[in-house]
Ligand binder design. Structure first.
Ligand SMILES: C[C@@](CO)(OP(=O)(O)O)[C@H](O)COP(=O)(O)OP(=O)(O)OC[C@H]1O[C@@H](n2ccc(N)nc2=O)[C@H](O)[C@@H]1O
Ligand SMILES: Nc1ncnc2c1ncn2[C@@H]1O[C@H](COP(=O)(O)OP(=O)(O)O)[C@@H](O)[C@H]1O
Length: 286
């Protein structure tokens, strides 16, 4: 028996850093959404009690460093499961891009194995395990449009975003989330928090207000390290995209539009300038 689970990428419409915590993580507020760019995970039960991971990206680890491996191991330990599983990860989401690829794969594994092994765990129970793998995994277990806070473990679904296209532009550089947070000085931030304003706009179905308020505190750090991102963002604004901001710790820059011909023009122009460009829809539209 084979089981296939989709693992969608996430985007950050906002990322506000409130303060640095005593455990050295940062207290965040974010509005996040899932898009229809997804990895596919194929699960096959094994006779032997082992976790075997394969992926189409040769540079990705398939051992204990893989987020999927970590999630499955924690699940097996916590619920005393002595079954083997082969997981083939077909990666479509760019790696280390600010699109939460590893986290969504881990969440997909938890969702799928909950069904395959008949565990009947609740979302809340899966979130407890996901949170041990990474701060983005709890959101990925829930998915859709959500207001996310704490370290990333408090996930509150909100109304779906008004229908629109999203462009994801990922230049040829990878960003380490750990490095960006390490370089961040919360006192030097000049980014006013906008997550509440974006939530209010989405709840009101106000696409324009939503776009006016997208933003990301980490741009200040990632743009300093990679100044070419400033030009990419400006270019996307010049193409008439409505709200342009960085996703996660970067480097992917995202932009919105409700105008199909404008988004197609922006997509075609950006392809000559940027390594990877995707034109996607949100997974939960009104
Ligand atoms: C920044 C965000 C926004 O969605 O996304 P990405 O850029 O990874 O997509 C996430 O918070 C990333 O989540 P995730 O990638 O799971 O992070 P983790 O593995 O838990 O942490 C990586 C490192 O980031 C820092 N970190 C992460 C989350 C947080 N609230 N405060 C932090 O300071 C910590 O230094 C930690 O060592
Ligand atoms: N299944 C996975 N998919 C992608 N990256 C993974 C996975 N497992 C572990 N990683 C590691 O996680 C790091 C961050 O990758 P990713 O989750 O794509 O970043 P981001 O959340 O910034 O988009 C990479 O260095 C990668 O080696």
């Amino acid at each position: 028996m084979e089981w296939i689970e989709r693992a969608p990428a996430k985007i950050n419409l906002t990322l506000d850093v409130l303060y640095k915590r005593d455990d050295s993580y940062h207290e965040l507020e974010m509005v996040m959404a899932s898009v229809d760019l997804a990895d596919h995970l194929t699960f096959t039960p094994l006779e032997k009690d082992e976790i075997k991971i394969y992926t189409n990206k040769a540079f990705l680890p398939v051992d204990t460093r893989n987020h999927v491996y970590q999630a499955v191991k924690l699940l097996k330990e916590k619920y005393d499961i002595h079954k083997g599983i082969k997981i083939e990860i077909d990666k479509k989401i760019p790696v280390a891009a600010g699109l939460g690829g590893g986290s969504t794969d881990a969440a997909a594994a938890l969702r799928a194995l909950n069904k395959i092994w008949g565990l009947q765990l609740t979302k809340e129970e899966l979130i407890v395990i996901g949170n041990q793998v990474g701060s983005d995994v709890p959101y990925s277990i829930v998915g859709g449009t959500a207001f996310v806070s704490g370290r990333g473990e408090i996930v509150r679904p909100i109304r779906a975003i008004p229908p629109c296209w999203v462009i994801l532009a990922k230049p040829r550089l990878s960003v380490s989330t750990k490095t960006i947070f390490r370089m961040l000085s919360v006192d030097a931030l000049d980014h006013p928090p906008t997550s509440r304003a974006v939530e209010t706009a989405i709840e009101a179905g106000d696409y324009r207000k939503m776009c006016q308020n997208v933003g990301n505190a980490l741009e200040q750090v990632t743009f300093k390290k990679h100044p070419e991102l400033i030009q990419l963002k400006e270019r996307m604004q010049k193409y008439g995209l409505d709200g342009v901001t960085m996703s996660g710790s970067g480097p992917t820059i995202i932009g919105f539009s409700q105008n199909t011909s404008r988004i197609k023009r922006a997509y075609n122009s950006l392809r000559g300038f940027c390594e990877e460009v995707y034109m996607v829809r949100l997974l939960t539209e009104e």
